[in-house]
Ligand binder design. Structure first.
Ligand code: M6R
Length: 603
């Protein structure tokens, strides 16, 4: 995934472009570049490395101008090098473009261009774009016509921004990759995502696939592929720029862990009334035709989906979770009675989008459970339900997991009422507990001993996380978070599964985090003893009331007692803090772990 941005005004654009690129670094950070047009040509600066390195390079130069584009890259075609960094140009340096996505037919296009005398300077698929446009300009096309005609040649997924020397506009289009216009007072903006320009404007226009936008300093126009005007509303986003900044924390991840109470309040706000769940998008009776639920998702969102599956199964609904990248190849029966829920924070994960598309083609009803209004998943599914967690910048998903699970609890209540039965007393208790969850998370964060425990129990041979029931997806999530940001070996297991193989790996140097929910206590305690017999230290992460588990374990991290269906969300917050503090001690790149990007828009 990459981040693209543009700014066009009457004054210089460089400063705003660099702010936007910094805000987009979560989408990719192996190289960065900008191009500015200043009336005497287009200056391009780009380099391997983070935006700060580009910034340092620019400090020694006098490159600026009112029209600019920028890019932060996460490599797909060609390694991260200065040459492969965007922007890319044609042979004459007249056309300059940045791109997010993959041009599937680039080999054919490149060979054709080379046969017609074009010379390439990078390994990227992107470079074909400025060459194709340049060819059309040379043939006498006007700028917009040249852009339209060139993009008609592209197959694949893309979001593109392009400028042409001497032309007072930014040209943009998208197909399968996000792109949003920012409408400012003194300048207009374009970016892969809203936080890029939130400091400058909160008025946005979400572009749809195949839209072509022509943006000038004081106007913008959106048309379809035929050139006919299309109407895209200007929306005001409610996030403010503070939400997308670090706000005094050392890392976005820590800030976002601390934001969980606020995020959850937003998630729940207005959605519980007395004994009822009120989902504006889904009035009672919405799901009476549904008889089966599939969750499709990746990574952390997959763990949230597993949590949802556990809840629905417990409440009598036929539910299964699938790793999105496997779903298209999985012969699970799907029909019009199947609700396929894509759980995706970004709404842009290619594997999840592909799984949803495969479900749609097979006749299922699709629903996007996402954080991003205007995301591809939200727009392409039959329905969308927003988790309202606010922007998440750290690559490691934290607050969005909690908000995803809370939203699944709410959606589950709607499903259970529509598909099976009237609400029970237990539903009421669960909704009460959900309303108290933000407060409980505040307590967990305030009282957590995770910093001390992570220092004491860093293992040489690995770190295991075990749980049963709803604590099992949290064990997987705890391990994912730990390995993702510490780069240390970590695995999550169903507690009962350890003795069927993985126990062979347990040594005195393998701390095991045992997640208790108050359900199945005896079995978990016996698993803990099996582990201790092999010499491994066990850290219980469990409600205060689970005293037997805490007494059996070598160490305990407690969470407030609440409804057992929800308590694992609290345990997960402790595990987020464990991963964070361990990574911090090891001086890892917490917000931008190596080899990873926030949203993976390639399959
Ligand atoms: O945007 P999505 O929720 O679809 O992203 C799915 C995964 O890539 C994501 O959850 C990933 O596993 C996390 N960033 C890990 O912390």
């Amino acid at each position: 995934m990459c981040g693209i941005t543009a700014r066009i005004g009457d004054d210089d654009s460089l400063e705003d472009l660099l702010v936007s690129l910094k805000n987009l670094e979560y989408r990719g950070y192996d190289s960065a570049g900008i191009a500015v047009q200043n009336g005497t040509g287009i200056e391009i600066d780009k380099c391997e490395g983070e935006v700060s390195e580009l910034q340092a390079e620019l400090a020694t130069k006098d490159h600026d101008g009112p029209i600019g584009i920028g890019h932060t890259r996460w490599s797909t075609h060609g390694p991260p090098t200065d040459a492969n960094a965007h922007p890319h140009t044609g042979c004459k340096g007249r056309v300059v473009a940045v791109h997010n996505g993959i041009i599937e037919n680039y080999t054919t296009l490149r060979e054709g261009l080379q046969a017609r005398g074009h010379e390439f300077t990078s390994d990227t698929d992107t470079e074909v774009i400025p060459h194709l446009v340049e060819e059309r300009l040379d043939a006498g096309f006007e700028a917009e016509a040249a852009f339209r005609d060139a993009i008609a040649e592209l197959d694949g997924s893309y979001a593109i921004a392009m400028i042409i020397d001497g032309d007072p506009a930014v040209y943009a289009t998208r197909n399968g990759s996000p792109l949003v216009v920012g409408v400012g007072d003194d300048a207009n903006y374009l970016a892969s995502d809203v936080p890029a320009f939130l400091e400058f404007t909160d008025r946005v226009v979400y572009l749809e696939d195949d839209d072509v936008a022509v943006i000038t300093a004081d106007d913008y126009r959106v048309t379809d592929t035929k050139g006919d005007a299309v109407s895209r509303p200007v929306e005001t986003v409610e996030w403010d720029s503070e939400d997308a900044e670090k706000g005094g924390y050392d890392h976005y991840m820590l800030k976002e862990i601390h934001e969980q109470p606020v995020a959850l309040r937003q998630t729940i706000h207005g959605r519980i009334e007395g004994e009822d769940v009120v989902l504006e998008e889904f009035p009672p009776g919405t799901f009476t035709d549904i008889d089966r639920v599939h969750f499709v998702a990746c990574g952390t969102s997959y763990h949230a989906g597993m949590y949802g599956e556990w809840l629905l199964s417990k409440w009598g609904i036929d539910a299964s979770t699938f790793i999105a990248s496997e779903y298209a190849a999985y012969p699970a029966p799907v029909d019009e009675g199947t609700l396929v829920i894509g759980v995706t924070q970004s709404g842009e994960t290619a594997d999840t989008l592909e799984a949803l598309e495969s479900a749609r083609k097979r006749g299922a009803r699709t629903l996007a459970l996402t954080n991003v209004i205007g995301s591809t998943a939200a727009r392409t599914c039959d329905d969308a339900l927003f988790i309202r967690a606010g922007p998440e910048i750290g690559v490691a998903a934290t607050k969005t997991f909690s908000s995803q699970v809370a939203t699944l609890v709410l959606l589950g209540e709607r499903l259970v009422r529509d598909m099976t039965a009237e609400p029970t007393d237990e539903c009421r208790q669960r909704l009460d507990a959900l309303e108290s969850l933000p407060e409980h998370i505040e307590t967990v964060i305030e009282d957590s001993r995770a910093a001390a425990i992570s220092e004491r129990w860093l293992g040489d041979d690995g770190h295991f996380f075990i749980g049963r029931g709803n604590a099992y997806p949290v064990a997987l999530e705890g391990a994912l978070k730990f390995k993702e940001i510490t780069y240390e070996h970590a695995e999550g297991f169903a507690a009962g599964e350890l003795k069927h193989g993985p126990l062979a790996l347990v040594t005195e140097e393998t701390p095991v985090f045992a997640i208790g929910t108050g359900q199945y206590p005896k079995r978990l305690e016996s698993n803990v003893r099996e582990i201790q017999t092999r010499g491994a230290p066990v850290i219980a992460v469990a409600p205060r009331t689970a005293t037997d588990l805490a007494d059996t374990a070598d160490e305990a991290l407690s969470v407030p007692a609440t409804h057992p269906d929800l308590v694992a969300i609290l345990a997960n917050v402790q595990l987020q803090l464990i991963a964070y503090h361990a990574a911090d001690e090891m001086e890892r790149s917490i917000d931008k772990p190596r080899n990873l990007a926030k949203s993976v828009t390639v399959e």
